[in-house]
Design a protein around this ligand. Structure first.
Ligand code: ASP
Ligand code: MG
Length: 467
């Protein structure tokens, strides 16, 4: 067996819809088993679609003393036992039933605590919200064993070491790499297929944490990168990464090949298909990343790899609606550097990720853009930075709603006139630009436009570059 599998390693990640019911799990496990015949294979799974939201909603209900929170346990039990009944051998089914009850026991215990104190603590929320992954990993592994494949569910709380930032924890890479090597390599060596919970980690002390919503992709790429996999595949429910949102641009199509830098920009600026954080580990270690549709496995999907010479000027356009463009000014006593320091300090403390940040030193003013979801954080900005606007130095000038359109391509940073083409394409459609900036890796140009002109802006750029 060892000679057949050699040193090659594949990481397969199945998202919520790809494990959404018995039929999907049957397909996904079959795919994993087929890969495992050819090489060492690791699987990472999300919770069954909708489970994480249900768990979080129940936690909120419990904290509000709403007895309805208890219904979630029954829903989760029903859904997973139904799938188990059609997927597992009787022996595996009873073993799974016991594991399911153990997870539901954790759910009940933590939520009862929330109900008692009238508050859902970040620590308790992480313990509850990631139970969907614990259950789906057990189910997936049990299905593989039912088909004669040696597989074992592994709780990522035993593998992924993080800091204490509950809800959006940062991974401690060194400690994680050590554990992955110590705990997964021996399993693989014995021909066992590990099925790992996405989304979850734990502190050094073993307290469960989560890596942020949608972060199972990140779990997969992190493991793939740290174990030097030769490929990571994200199995999702769309055909791949697209040139634009097909709801806005009729001519949108799947992009066969993207660079890591382009993919980061795309994910950062609103392409929902992959979490932007997920690109970083594979980019650092040069591991190819594939995004494929588990509902249409004949479609090749998108391959994400290192920079290549022959890239188009612009590879994709994204649109983020309902963005808040915030302008702050320094009063006379505060210089531009102090202004930036205070604003960045607030951003860091709040943990929001601005979509763009531009400073005009001459006027000592600064603008940044927040997503609609993160806009409520602004309340604390006003409180902390300008309680007495005239004396405190930072004045919150305006917070207008805009649309954010982004042209993405690894050529944008080169002086080839790409930026000029973007601006003139917008001008021809009478779209005026309220703020503009280069994205995090210099491979994207983000432009804030009036909300109603967002569709026109996206289509103008899509057409200009013949995407
Ligand atoms: N289940 C988690 C979520 O819904 C993680 C993931 O699916 O990536 O956010
Ligand atoms: Mg996801």
């Amino acid at each position: 067996m060892a000679s057949r599998s050699g040193r090659r390693l594949s990481v397969l990640k199945f998202g919520g819809t790809s494990v959404g019911d018995a039929g999907r799990i049957a397909w996904a496990t079959q795919r994993a088993a087929a890969t495992a015949k050819r090489k060492r294979t690791i699987v990472v799974v999300s919770a069954m679609a909708g489970t994480t939201n249900l768990l979080l909603e129940s936690a909120r209900l419990a904290a509000a003393h709403e007895p309805r929170w208890r219904q979630a346990a029954e829903q989760i039990r029903q859904r997973h036992s139904d799938a188990a009944a059609s997927l597992l051998t009787p022996a595996e089914q009873s073993r799974f039933a016991a594991q399911l009850e153990r997870s539901l026991g954790v759910f009940e215990k933590v939520c009862r605590g929330f109900d008692l104190v009238g508050e859902a603590t970040p620590r308790g929320l992480d313990a509850v919200s990631s139970l969907g992954e614990v259950i789906s990993a057990e189910l997936f592994a049990a299905r593989l064993r039912s088909g004669g494949v040696r597989a074992e569910a592994v709780d990522a709380a035993r593998l992924i070491v993080t800091d204490e930032r509950h809800g959006d924890a940062n991974v401690l890479t060194g400690a994680t790499e050590t554990r992955l090597r110590r705990r997964l390599l021996p399993l693989l060596g014995r021909g066992i297929l590990p099925v790992i919970t996405g989304f979850r980690g734990a502190t050094r002390e073993g307290v469960p944490t989560t890596l942020g919503r949608g972060s199972s992709d990140y779990t997969a790429t992190l493991i793939g990168a740290l174990l030097a996999a030769d490929e990571v595949t994200i199995w999702t429910d769309v055909d791949g990464v697209m040139t634009a949102d097909p709801r806005l641009v009729r001519a949108a199509r799947v992009i066969p090949k993207l660079t890591y830098g382009e993919a980061i920009e795309l994910a950062f600026f609103g392409a929902k298909v992959i979490h932007w954080k997920a690109i970083l580990p594979v980019m650092e270690r040069g591991v190819p990343l594939r995004v494929r549709n588990s509902l249409r496995p004949s479609v090749p999907g998108t391959l994400i790899i290192a920079d290549s010479a022959s890239r188009p000027a612009v590879a994709a356009v994204t649109a983020v609606a309902r963005v808040r463009l915030v302008t702050v000014r320094a009063d006379r006593l505060l210089g531009p550097v102090d202004l930036a320091t205070r604003v960045l300090g607030w951003l860091a403390a709040t943990g929001v990720h601005p979509l763009l940040l531009v400073q005009s030193s001459a006027e000592s003013s600064l603008a940044f853009a927040l997503t609609h979801e993160e806009a409520p954080a602004l309340a604390s900005f006003a409180q902390q930075l300008s309680p007495f606007p005239a004396s405190n130095g930072v004045v919150l000038h305006s917070a207008q709603e805009v649309g954010l359109v982004t042209a993405i391509g690894s050529q944008i940073r080169h002086p080839t006139g790409v930026t000029a083409r973007i601006f003139s394409a917008l001008a021809r459609r009478r779209v005026h630009v309220l703020a503009a900036a280069n994205g995090p890796s210099g491979q994207g140009m983000a432009l804030a436009v009036p909300p109603l002109l967002l569709p026109a802006a996206v289509n103008a750029i899509h057409r200009e570059f013949r995407l």
